[in-house]
Design a protein around this ligand. Structure first.
Ligand code: DCP
Ligand code: MG
Length: 430
């Protein structure tokens, strides 16, 4: 007789690093621990701080090996900053003042003028990102990459993954990451990805939260709908118009009512999500859906007066996305642009080609067509270029299978008829 193994409970973990960019900076500058520090405003240049400290404290030698000894008073304060930069993240000490991701640096300076402002160093963050992920994979191999500081991990079949609902393994992973990197993370373990993601936020920083499906009513239903990954500001606003604020209120809705108001697929998903139902597997090799590059200008640019500058920036963004695609071996066929105006209103347009490409010129041309579908009433603050519908270059249908006709018509897009009273350029924008 075949021995029956007891059915294992599905246990999925979500791991998210704590104040990731800031924590990586604090490895280099441990003297800043416990202080309000924000990351943003510019890119790191190796010698900036060393030059400062040499000037202020000229009596000794200052080199790259002395970064941890730089006195705190040498570090730039956010109050001295005047520019357009945005904060990527802040230490928990800075968050106590209301400072957080995506906030303008100037706004953060009002909230917490004494905060220390450090520039970003993506190279370093990528290094630590790879490092912590490889540590986790050595312990639990089924890992889904969700970006620079987040992963899902399938605990179900990992030895120890079921003990205390996953707490024992989560603790081990936390310890291994901290021992190897000096960084902390928070982990949520739950029956699926949806709940695990919510759980990892519940005990930040350096926390573990264990959820079982029986915890749904007590721990999940009181939360705002927005806490569900997949309910954004628009869906949240619409739910509110129906008097639905919490996940519990959403769960109390009839499935049919939700599909009627939110569409068949999103409505059904909302219903399942509110009941903690999510069958998505942990996907070990996640393929990128799109790649993009964007930039916020130092000062807002005018579509006509700054046309040359805009044209150069636009071309460079296209070249950068093309280089990203080529380096990673992808091609895409949906070319999109994003603009943000000086009133923070954002618009996006995209254009699907008849063929896949990673060619900067093809991307530039298609993105240029998208531009023409935007009415420029205000100055531009941000410009971005995105290539989506990606496939591995090796898997893309060969261009020779695309007829010449469809190739040449690939850039013809549906444009709205030019409005007669519009003073704005309709052709060759920048
Ligand atoms: N990030 C960014 N811009 C944002 C949000 C985040 O550049 N609008 C970057 C900086 C963060 C990193 O991504 O360090 C990870 O994002 P998280 O949302 O996980 O934020 P943190 O890790 O900084 O903080 P937490 O402890 O809340 O996870
Ligand atoms: Mg994080």
């Amino acid at each position: 007789m075949v021995a029956q193994t007891p059915a294992l409970m599905r246990r999925i973990a979500h791991l998210d690093m704590d104040a990731f960019y800031a924590s990586v900076e604090l490895l280099r500058y441990p003297q800043l621990k416990g202080l309000p520090v924000v990351i943003g405003g510019g890119r790191r240049r190796e010698d900036d701080l060393l030059a400062q400290v040499r000037q202020r404290y000229p009596d000794r030698e200052w080199g790259i090996e002395h970064l941890a000894e730089i006195p705190v008073d040498v570090f730039p304060r956010i109050a001295g900053y005047s520019g357009r930069g945005v904060i990527t993240t802040a230490t928990y000490a800075a968050r106590a003042f209301g400072v957080g991701s995506a906030m303008g640096v100037m706004k953060a300076a009002q909230l917490c003028p004494q905060a220390i402002l450090l520039p970003v160093d993506f190279e370093q963050y990528r290094h630590y990102s790879r490092l912590f992920k490889s540590i986790v994979r050595d312990i639990a191999p089924v890992v889904e990459d969700r970006g620079v500081d987040e992963i899902y991990i399938d605990f179900t079949h990992v030895p120890g993954g079921q003990r205390e609902g996953g707490r024992v393994l989560a603790r081990l992973i936390q310890k291994c990451i901290t021992d190897a990197t000096g960084l902390t993370c928070s982990i949520g373990v739950a029956p699926n990805k949806l709940l695990a993601k919510m759980a990892s936020e519940m005990n930040k920083p350096n926390g573990i939260s264990i959820l079982f499906i029986d915890d749904l009513t007590e721990k999940i239903w009181p939360l705002a709908c927005r806490k569900i990954n997949g309910i954004g500001p628009k869906a949240e606003a619409k739910l509110k118009t129906h008097g639905i604020h919490t996940i519990g209120e959403l769960a109390a809705c009839e499935r049919d009512g939700l599909t009627k108001h939110f569409g068949k697929s999103y409505g059904a998903w909302l219903f399942d999500a509110a009941h903690g139902v999510d069958d998505r597997p942990v996907v070990t090799e996640s393929e990128p859906v799109s790649m993009s590059r964007e930039t916020t200008f130092e000062k807002d640019l005018h579509v006509q007066h700054d046309r040359a500058a805009l044209g150069d920036i636009f071309t460079r963004l296209c070249q950068q996305v093309a280089a990203d695609l080529q380096r990673k071996g992808y091609v895409g066929k949906t070319i999109g642009i994003k603009l943000r105006f000086d009133n923070f209103q954002s618009v996006t347009r995209d254009n699907t080609l008849a063929f896949f490409t990673a060619d900067p010129l093809a991307i530039r041309q298609a993105a240029g067509q998208c531009l023409k579908r935007i009415e420029f009433k205000r100055r531009i603050r941000l410009l971005g270029v995105r290539v989506g519908s990606l496939v591995k270059a090796a898997d893309a249908p060969s261009p020779t299978s695309t007829s010449e006709k469809s190739l040449s018509s690939a850039f013809v897009v549906q444009e709205p008829p030019p409005s007669k009273d519009s003073p704005y350029e309709q052709a060759d924008l920048f």
